[in-house]
Design a binder for this molecule. Structure first.
Ligand code: ATP
Ligand code: AMO
Length: 448
């Protein structure tokens, strides 16, 4: 086969080389009949291709053919890499391709519901363009989601989902290195795990069932089955009633469960090392992605450091954010853990504090003042588990096999659950979780 060059690897090192590229026609501009500029985009990277009528380059017919190609069509281009003296605006690559051959592989419809170039602009760029009297359509969130595959082609989205892939990859790598076993847990379950309201009910062969609200019960049962340290990566379903910037009806849960020897701080220690290592790695490995995201959605890099804070009382979204600001001012970090939550605000399986039963051996982890992780030591005594569940209005018949698992000798254990989309949203300082879910499911959206 022929040798293909990626648009992302078109740099001045290839000066004067002949290259063959395939990408999308993002923008086409004719200058008279003898010249045209074509911006070709491949996976978020763009290069300016120049068509000039000349004996060793292209014919006038070729220029006409090129200018008729509809935006977002796939094109193959053969040409020579040149380095222009001045910076190229509107392209990620700072070289040009002098076209010798152009071929349209597959055409896009002439009218598109979203102009990808417009969808890729930052708020500041939009404001400037509008002031300059440019014709431009601001692409709103719903339109982006309705025509998601077009929106996904923007450099920022190309960066977001590549970064998200790295988050789950780094999560997995770190835990495998620390002797954790990856397990799969059922998503069709008989009972709820996090409390009754936010659950999708369904019928399972005439028996009432629901979509798993978390792998909570089964990851604990794997501990009772002697796996010692386990983790799960998979879908989690919550029938959220309210429409917020940070709740989805289906999200990706990164869940961990482990035996503990003496104290639930052993679990917090894993969280701390896992996330500090993850964030360092993301900053190193995903520079291009972070740059592309930051260009459309400017954000400041996360400040990390290790500190412990001990609060009293529950928090709401507003107080979480206020606390986030205070912690940043006082401790210089935007990544922190709060622990010893009041027992009353935690799920039934949470271990009460041995010194004061009003509190619990639990914690939440925050980035920029918003929760990304919940975790705790669990109750491993079946009688206590049963009475806690009953007290919180859970029908113990629906979780009988879970409670029974603790009757045959269960080790002290704890764990935590992370929302993948939340981590990416807050790491990048994005304002809405729909920006980090490829095909989001929320109370109003089941499509595309
Ligand atoms: P999250 O906190 O993100 O909801 P969670 O499932 O652990 O995750 P809780 O721990 O019950 O939820 O909620 C923590 C705080 O988040 C609550 O005190 C509340 O202020 C806020 N919150 C939770 N659910 C909603 C919601 N549906 N709409 C707005 N705020 C919410
Ligand atoms: P919790 O309910 O706090 O804990 O969920 C764990 C983490 O999942 C994320 N999350 C969500 N993300 C998007 N949309 C939602 N509707 C949503 N709800 C939660 C958050 C949250 O921190 N079983 C426990 C975990 C454990 O103790 O191991 C649990 O599910 O990032």
């Amino acid at each position: 086969g022929r040798v293909w060059t990626k648009v992302s690897s078109l740099t001045d090192e290839l000066k004067d080389h002949a290259v063959l590229i395939r990408g999308r026609a993002q923008a086409i501009r004719a200058v008279g009949k003898k010249m045209a500029f074509l911006t070709v985009r491949e996976k978020g990277y763009t290069v300016q291709c120049v068509l000039t009528v000349a004996p060793d380059l292209v014919s006038a017919q070729m220029v006409k053919y090129a200018t008729a190609i509809s935006k977002e069509s796939f094109v193959d281009i053969e040409g020579i890499v040149t380095v222009p003296p001045e910076a190229i605006k509107g392209a990620s690559q700072q070289v040009e391709v002098q076209v010798r051959k152009i071929h349209c592989v597959n055409r896009a419809a002439p009218v598109l519901p979203i102009n990808v170039e417009d969808a890729a602009r930052s708020e500041v760029e939009i404001e400037k363009a509008l002031e300059a009297g440019e014709q431009l359509v601001r692409v709103n969130q719903d339109t982006r989601l309705n025509y998601r595959i077009l929106d996904l082609r923007t450099p920022a989205n190309q960066g977001i989902y590549r970064l998200e892939c790295q988050v789950s990859n780094l999560f997995r790598q770190f835990l495998l290195n620390e002797d954790f076993v990856e397990i799969q847990t059922p998503k069709l379950t008989a009972g709820t795990s996090e409390g009754g309201a936010a659950v999708f009910k369904l019928e399972y062969k005439k028996q009432p069932a629901c979509l798993a609200q978390s792998p909570q019960l089964h990851k604990q049962m794997a501990i009772c089955g002697d796996f010692g340290r386990v983790f799960v990566v998979g879908p989690v379903f919550r029938a959220e009633d309210s429409y917020t910037h940070r709740h989805l009806c289906e999200f990706t849960g990164l869940d961990v469960e482990m035996e503990i020897k003496e104290h639930y701080s052993e679990v917090m220690d894993v969280v701390d090392r896992l996330f500090v290592e993850m964030f360092d790695n993301l900053n190193q490995r995903c520079q291009k992605e972070l740059e592309a995201i930051g260009k459309q959605y400017p954000f400041k890099p996360l400040k990390e450091a290790g500190v412990e804070v001990d609060p009293l009382g529950d928090l709401n979204t507003e107080s979480e954010r206020t606390l986030g600001k205070l912690v940043l001012e006082k401790y210089g970090t935007e990544f922190y853990i709060l622990h010893r939550y009041p027992l009353a605000v935690r799920p039934f399986y949470t271990m009460p504090c041995p010194d004061n039963e009003a509190y619990s051996n639990s914690f939440d982890v925050f980035i920029r003042g918003e929760e990304i992780i919940s975790g705790a030591q669990r109750v491993h005594v079946p009688e206590l588990l049963e009475s806690r569940a009953t007290a919180l209005g859970i029908d113990v018949k629906t979780i009988a096999s879970y409670i029974d698992s603790f009757r045959y000798g269960a080790p002290p254990h704890g764990g935590f659950g992370v929302g993948l989309e939340r981590v990416v949203m807050l790491f990048c300082g994005l304002d809405n979780i729909r920006k980090t879910s490829l095909f989001p499911r929320d109370p109003r959206r089941l499509e595309p």
